[in-house]
Design a protein around this ligand. Structure first.
Ligand code: FES
Ligand SMILES: [Fe+2]
Length: 371
């Protein structure tokens, strides 16, 4: 790591690299797509994209979480336009209809058309989904390792947090004019904090950050104890989530699951940055605030939740300015790539090695780190 270089600049600006990355990386990794609370009820649906492929996420009438490619099996219309509550999926083009488990149940004026046609052969195309806590992950690769192997010991690290009970209470979309890796890498280093985030440094200062990094396709670091900043991030602003130990009740944890899930896990909330690449230099990012449902009964909870969200919105705007300046800087063709600092940028190096492994079809293992 002491000798670590950044990725070559073309990794952030070259269209062909981006195409290869879409296929080799996003086509094979466990990509976070959203939250279990978004499909709490059977028939609740949201749509997203993985590796540029339109996807439907739902829960069927048996309570099974289901993922499908968002394409009609007749002549390929997009099937579901957006989030909502559905009893069935009816194609807007010729009205082929599927139940929530993906089975084709109706195809008007077509049923007896040909003896070779059997509705069973035209179910929706499934997408693998698995969950960790509140997070839903999709994988387009039918042969990918199970999510639990991919996540490694991160599950153990965060077992006290009642992640599976958290609910989404605020959401905002950011369109960032930068490659998705710059957005991820910016989250993964704390070197920039004093210069980009003066307000955040009153909660967690640069040299408070330490790695709690084990094995698995993730990066993780934390800051303890949280400082008293007078902001909505203070540990006494709201009661902590249930079941946390005394350290967890006064710490900030920052686990990142490769490739696109960045989280700020504080005693009374979880703020998430969920990244989706749109092109080589455009990233769609959701800033999502989740809390334990018990918090919603606290006095002034709506207003206080707004205050937490506003704080992250400010911090995120600061980060967006920083990464968009990097994307612009990368137009300089004589910039050869740079160097990184072990103390504050090791998670970036770890992330970049994972990118390299997906691009080269190699799987190295990564050592733990607690520096
Ligand atoms: S494309 Fe869906 S019914 Fe024809
Ligand atoms: Fe930042």
């Amino acid at each position: 790591m002491e000798d670590a270089l950044t990725l070559p600049p073309d990794a952030y600006r070259n269209e062909n690299f981006h195409k290869a990355e879409t296929k080799n990386l996003f086509g094979h990794a466990w990509v976070c797509v959203g939250y279990t609370c978004q499909v709490h009820e059977p028939g609740q649906v949201f749509t997203t994209q993985v590796a540029g492929q339109p996807i439907i996420i739902t829960k069927d009438h048996q309570g099974i979480l289901r993922g499908f490619f968002n394409v009609c099996r007749h002549r390929a219309s997009i099937l579901v336009e957006g989030p909502g509550k559905y009893n069935r999926f009816r194609c807007p083009y010729h009205s082929w209809t599927y139940d929530l488990s993906g089975a084709l149940t109706a195809c008007p004026l077509f049923d007896n058309h040909s003896p070779s046609f059997d509705k069973k052969d035209y179910s929706l195309l499934p997408v693998r989904l698995e969950t960790w806590g509140c997070f839903i992950f999709a994988n387009l690769d039918q042969n990918a390792m199970p999510l639990s192997d991919y996540l490694g010991d991160i599950v153990e690290h965060y077992k006290n947090f009642p992640l599976h009970e958290l609910v989404l209470v605020r959401r905002k979309n950011y369109q960032i004019k930068a490659n998705w890796k710059l957005v991820a890498e910016n989250f993964l280093e704390y070197y920039h904090l004093p210069w980009v985030h003066p307000e955040l440094c009153e909660v967690t200062a640069i040299d408070m950050h330490k790695r709690n990094q084990g094995s698995g396709m993730y990066m993780s670091f934390y800051a303890h104890p949280l400082l008293k900043s007078g902001s909505a991030l203070d540990s006494d602003f709201f009661p902590p989530m249930p079941h946390l130990n005394t350290i967890e009740q006064n710490a900030g944890y920052f686990p990142f699951v490769f490739p696109n899930l960045a989280t700020f896990l504080l005693p009374h909330h979880l703020f998430v940055l969920l990244m989706t690449p749109k092109s080589v230099n455009l990233t769609s990012e959701y800033g999502d605030l989740l809390v334990h449902p018990s918090l919603l009964n606290e006095p002034n909870s709506e207003q206080k939740i707004n205050e937490i969200f506003s704080f992250y919105d400010m911090v995120n705007d600061q980060d967006i300015g920083a990464v968009e300046r990097v994307q612009d800087g990368l137009k300089v063709e004589s910039y050869p790539g740079g160097r990184m600092c072990y103390r504050f940028e090791e998670p970036v190096h770890r992330f970049q090695n994972m990118v390299i492994d997906f691009m080269t079809h190699e799987r190295r293992s990564y050592p733990s780190d607690e520096y």
